[in-house]
Design a protein around this ligand. Structure first.
Ligand SMILES: C[S@@+](CC[C@H](N)C(=O)[O-])C[C@H]1O[C@@H](n2cnc3c(N)ncnc32)[C@H](O)[C@@H]1O
Length: 220
């Protein structure tokens, strides 16, 4: 059983919240945008973002959902909340997002609530044995025809050897989890095992690290 100290996660993201965009956004920006394009949120949809970080995606999601839609977000870090709020205020969009601070899992929303759940560079932060619980919570809050968008550092396809970057990340995560808090995951397998059907799948690389961009539907 893997465990993760959520207090350590919270204080880590609180500490880096003011510099997160400088450290990470250059590499992650394109993948996140491609994920949002694949997810194609429509006007009027009810949307949730899990791990909203500094709020880049929230801005796009609010604009896509429009006046008739709604956007909610949850993140463990008050520092990230403040950064996201600042970004939304700058665009005059703050009053259109239900922005929460809390630990996932669980998700504090009722069953069958959202048309769309979006997650970028967040699923791979959870311990491997917690990911199924996170995805089962997401499936629960999605409406029956709802869709999940995941952008995640990913292991290469079976049969290919790991990239050097992937090996380095795995090694660093194993030996220095307080510094490298994420690890490449088999996002396709986790999403399918959660009972979601993948409808869109693409891969790109950030500094030779494979990144999976997925959209999956709840179908039952
Ligand atoms: C790597 S950042 C990605 C942020 C954003 N999605 C992006 O693409 O820029 C991961 C985010 O997940 C949040 N997070 C990590 N563990 C969490 C948990 N257990 N519950 C809720 N949020 C969490 C962090 O605070 C951070 O804002």
């Amino acid at each position: 059983m893997q465990t993760k100290d959520t207090n350590a996660t919270r204080s880590f993201y609180d500490r880096i919240s003011k510099v997160y965009d400088v450290i990470a956004d250059g590499g992650e920006h394109t993948a996140r945008e491609r994920g949002l394009a694949a997810l194609a949120v429509q006007s009027g949809e009810q949307v949730l973002e899990v791990g909203y970080g500094t709020g880049h995606s929230l801005v796009s999601l609010v604009k896509a959902a429009g006046e008739t839609g709604s956007v909610s977000g949850i993140d463990i870090s008050q520092g990230m909340h403040d950064a996201a709020l600042h970004r939304l205020q700058a665009d005059n969009l703050a009053d259109r997002v239900d922005l929460r601070v809390g630990v996932v899992p669980p998700l504090p929303w009722p069953d069958d609530h959202f048309d769309v759940v979006s997650m970028s560079f967040t699923l791979e932060l959870f311990p491997l044995d917690v990911i199924p619980t996170v995805l089962s919570e997401i499936r629960r809050v999605l409406k029956k025809s709802g869709r999940l968008g995941v952008v995640s550092m990913s292991v290469t396809d079976v049969g290919q050897s790991d990239s050097m970057m992937e090996k380095t990340y795995k090694w660093m995560h194993q030996h220095f989890p307080h510094i490298v808090d994420c690890q490449p995951i088999n996002a396709v397998r986790f999403v399918e095992e959660a009972g979601l059907q993948i409808t869109h799948r693409e891969e790109m690389a950030i500094w030779s690290m494979p990144v999976a961009i997925l959209v999956a539907n709840r179908q039952d």
